[in-house]
Design a protein. Structure first.
Length: 71
């Protein structure tokens, strides 16, 4: 059985936006502690991806990010 995973990355340079999905399935975006970062969770609260707006203006270099399941 192939246990490799594919990660989908969508980057829009003009919009200064990146979206990274670990799984391609239904879910919704939720706020995080950072106004520029949203996490995508499935119906069970499992993190399946995240997005970053205003990527070039992020003050943290390198970006340190911890995404935990929805409460």
């Amino acid at each position: 059985m192939d246990k490799s995973r594919k990660v989908k990355v969508y980057f829009d340079k003009e919009a200064d936006y990146i979206e990274i999905l670990f799984e391609i399935k239904e879910g919704f975006f939720m706020e995080t502690d950072n106004d520029f970062i949203m996490k995508k969770v499935d119906k069970d609260g499992n993190v399946i991806g995240f997005s970053i707006q205003n990527l070039s203006n992020l003050e943290t270099n390198p970006l340190s990010l911890f995404l935990q399941p929805a409460a």
